[in-house]
Ligand binder design. Structure first.
Ligand SMILES: [Zn+2]
Length: 73
């Protein structure tokens, strides 16, 4: 599959090196969300005052739509 420029340059779903920090995509007082790459794949991380922290496995980047389970060139 060919990636679009937006997908290639997406700041959220490309993990360089071993720095597995959460890449914040939303940071509001009543809710935070971010993407994080863990050993078992990419996850959407969310936190809010009621549910605390939740991790969902994801197959596509919610920001650019790139499939996350394909190897990068
Ligand atoms: Zn992306």
């Amino acid at each position: 599959m060919k990636l679009t420029e937006k997908q290639k340059n997406c700041p959220y779903c490309h993990e360089k090196g071993a720095d597995h920090r959460i890449k914040m995509i939303e940071d509001d007082p009543d809710g935070q969300a971010g993407l994080v790459l863990r050993q078992d794949g990419w996850h959407l991380w969310t936190a809010d005052p009621f549910t605390f922290e939740v991790l969902y496995p994801i197959g596509y980047c919610p920001m650019c739509g790139r499939p996350l389970n394909e190897e990068e060139d």
